[in-house]
Design a binder for this molecule. Structure first.
Ligand SMILES: Cc1cc2nc3c(=O)[nH]c(=O)nc-3n(C[C@H](O)[C@H](O)[C@H](O)COP(=O)(O)O)c2cc1C
Length: 146
């Protein structure tokens, strides 16, 4: 059984995951006000990302014993995984799972894939690493409404 855990601001990561995986989906919902304009998003959210701030998200329950596979999905923000995913992984040290790592980005993933791995317990087995360039129309897309 798969748990698919992700953050997605404008839907690219969500869509990429839904097209590829079946299982229980868990969306990290950030507790932060998102600026409307892309330029300000880059500046404001990118700043949190660069400074490695682990931003809060709305808490949810997940029983890791139910799942043998975990899929993680994050957009790339400032060449790394988004701060909500960092916080989630820091506080949820699941073990002995098969793990797939998925990123969406505009072509500059930086070291985001390596950053994912830094947060994982070494007992996990990484079975796939997927980096998708599909955020190019980002400015035209809308932020997912709650
Ligand atoms: C704050 C911010 C920073 C970003 N930084 C990068 C980056 O460093 N490299 C890159 O290729 N794309 C970057 N992007 C583009 C997103 O990674 C891309 O559009 C992604 O597919 C968005 O996923 P989502 O629709 O699931 O939120 C950034 C977007 C935002 C909002």
């Amino acid at each position: 059984m798969k748990a698919i855990i992700y953050y997605s601001l404008s839907g690219h990561t969500k869509k990429a995951l839904e097209e590829r995986f079946q299982g229980d989906f868990f969306r990290l919902k950030g507790k932060i006000k998102i600026p409307k304009r892309y330029f300000f998003q880059l500046a404001y959210l990118g700043m949190f990302s660069s400074f490695n701030a682990k931003l809060a998200y709305e808490p949810f329950e997940i029983d890791f014993d139910k799942y043998n596979e975990i899929v993680l999905g994050s957009p790339v923000w400032a060449w790394t995984i988004c701060p909500f995913m960092k916080k989630f992984l820091k506080h949820n040290k699941f073990k002995n799972k098969k793990v797939t790592l998925l990123l969406t980005n505009e072509g500059g993933p930086g070291k985001a894939m390596e950053h994912y791995k830094k947060y994982l317990d070494p007992s996990n087995e990484i079975v796939d690493e997927i980096s998708l360039v599909l955020g190019l129309d980002y400015e035209k897309s809308t932020i997912i409404k709650r």
